[in-house]
Design a protein around this ligand. Structure first.
Ligand SMILES: Cc1cc2nc3c(=O)[nH]c(=O)nc-3n(C[C@H](O)[C@H](O)[C@H](O)COP(=O)(O)OP(=O)(O)OC[C@H]3O[C@@H](n4cnc5c(N)ncnc54)[C@H](O)[C@@H]3O)c2cc1C
Length: 435
């Protein structure tokens, strides 16, 4: 089969062609998909669970991105915005915070007359299927509209769509603390002492964290960001103690590489290294959590350390253990996901964190993102499944290609190109390098 054989069949089925494309999530990638659809004059609806555009980004809005503006703006979004007099940030080399990304790019984009009437806030998609077809029925499937079940204003409603782009991210479905991938036993009893990744250490969460013993669990960039912020808090607030707990012997993902062109991200690693070396952050490695218990107003983590039973006491835990996609709502959709990463099967080998720790990825579009369910795509952060290395530039190219496919423009859909900064921080468990 050639890629051209994968052209959509919607042009031959009149009812499908009259329906809008459904986009799940008004984050950077959902809104970029909307911009591409608007440019091509294809009807769409964006369903966003939160109260405003970029609700997901707002949850970590106090955090500064490591990418500069030049890697954060989707070309179709930029063309639409510029038509309305918008201009890019004063310096394309500066990296914004999440709030700045939302204020200066995503909210203005969502407010454009080409997009705003089609974005529905407070609309959580709870299931996707085909009209009258569960996943076991095959005949006529590709020609049958999708059905999205939504929860909005306390009501459940069903809507039809011609194609679905699920760009609902992974930020609200974090990995559990336990190395087994399950919630550690006892987690419910101490849930008030476990914070989601990236608390607002200098702002909203400061009073709760000041003067406490805090343990950050996780080895990625979210953990690094939080550790740096907590070390700064400890300077101002005596009694604040910071521990960094990781399950492996070394935290490869935040290790500094001089080859990382995302200099702000590379700096995260070296700053944490320096804080550990100076003793301002205590590092506990090789600790695998299995159970938690309340203890003296705090929390005791039980597990093993280098094969021996171990425990660690602390007041508060920040769970920076990464994220996973919510696949429950896609139960009736025929997905083809990688066993390990839970990303589309053809994309997974390019991003599997067991092989790649970097953000460098080969250009990919609809062909790598397709599933046995024609017209259904995972895009953006969610398309990476459990892999932590997603970059917006990658997602913008994904939705450009997907929308070209929906439009039946196979020449544009199959010509994928992507210019990402070299990250040079890729290493493998086998000791090799892949970037
Ligand atoms: C702290 C941090 C820093 C990052 N820094 C960078 C960086 O420097 N450079 C870079 O390229 N990338 C960066 N990323 C990675 C990535 O670009 C972001 O996570 C980005 O927000 C992903 O965009 P998205 O549109 O795929 O998902 P999201 O931004 O998560 O948007 C998904 C949207 O879907 C909504 N939603 C969720 N479930 C549903 C549902 N069932 N129904 C309806 N709506 C739903 C959410 O409310 C949300 O608004 C960073 C990520 C984090 C967390």
């Amino acid at each position: 089969m050639t890629l051209l054989d994968l052209a959509p069949r919607t042009r031959t089925t009149p009812r499908l062609a009259t329906l809008p494309v459904a986009i799940i999530g008004a984050g950077p990638i959902g809104l970029a998909a909307a911009a591409h659809l608007a440019e091509r004059g294809i009807a769409f609806d964006v369903f966003e669970a939160g109260p405003a555009a970029a609700s997901g980004v707002r949850l970590w809005g106090h955090t500064r991105l490591f990418s500069p503006w030049r890697h954060l703006i989707d070309p179709a979004a930029q063309r639409l915005l510029e038509r309305h007099g918008w201009s890019a940030s004063e310096s394309l080399d500066a990296a914004p915070t999440g709030h700045e990304l939302a204020d200066r790019l995503l909210e203005p984009l969502a407010a454009l007359e080409e997009i705003a009437p089609h974005v529905h806030y407070g609309s959580r998609v709870i299931a996707v299927t085909r009209e009258g077809m569960d996943r076991t029925r095959t005949a006529g499937r590709a020609d049958t509209p999708f059905l999205l079940r939504l929860e909005r204003d306390g009501e459940i409603v069903d809507l039809s769509a011609r194609a679905v782009i699920d760009a609902s991210g992974t930020y609200t479905t974090p990995n559990p603390l336990s190395s087994s991938g399950l919630e550690p036993l006892g987690a419910e009893e101490v849930s008030d002492r476990i914070l989601h990744a990236l608390p607002d250490v200098a702002g909203a969460d400061r009073a709760r964290l000041a003067g406490r013993d805090i343990t950050v669990v996780g080895a990625g960039h979210s953990a690094a960001n939080t550790l740096i912020a907590l070390a700064a808090l400890a300077e101002d607030e005596p009694g604040t103690r910071v521990t960094w707990l990781i399950r492996n012997a070394a935290a490869v993902r935040v290790t500094t590489s001089p080859d990382d062109e995302l200099t702000d991200r590379a700096r995260l690693g070296s700053r944490v290294d320096a804080l550990v070396d100076s003793g301002r952050i205590r590092r506990v490695d090789s600790f695998e959590i299995s159970r938690v218990e309340p203890r003296d107003g705090g929390i005791r983590l039980f597990g093993t350390r280098r094969g021996e039973p171990a425990h660690h006491d602390t007041d508060l835990v920040v769970a920076a253990t990464g994220f996973r996609p919510d696949l429950d709502m896609l139960r009736e959709i025929r997905l083809e996901l990688d066993d390990i990463v839970e990303a589309p099967k053809r994309l997974a080998p390019l991003i599997d964190p067991n092989v790649h720790t970097c953000g460098t990825v080969e250009p990919h579009g609809f062909a790598e993102l397709r599933h046995p369910e024609p017209g259904f795509f995972l895009a953006g952060m969610k398309s990476y499944g459990r892999a932590p290395t997603f970059l917006l530039a990658t997602g913008y190219e994904q939705v450009r290609s997907i929308v070209a496919w929906i439009a039946g423009d196979m020449a544009a859909a199959t010509t994928v190109s992507l210019t990402l900064p070299a990250t040079g921080v890729c290493s493998t468990d086998l000791g090799g390098s892949c970037c």
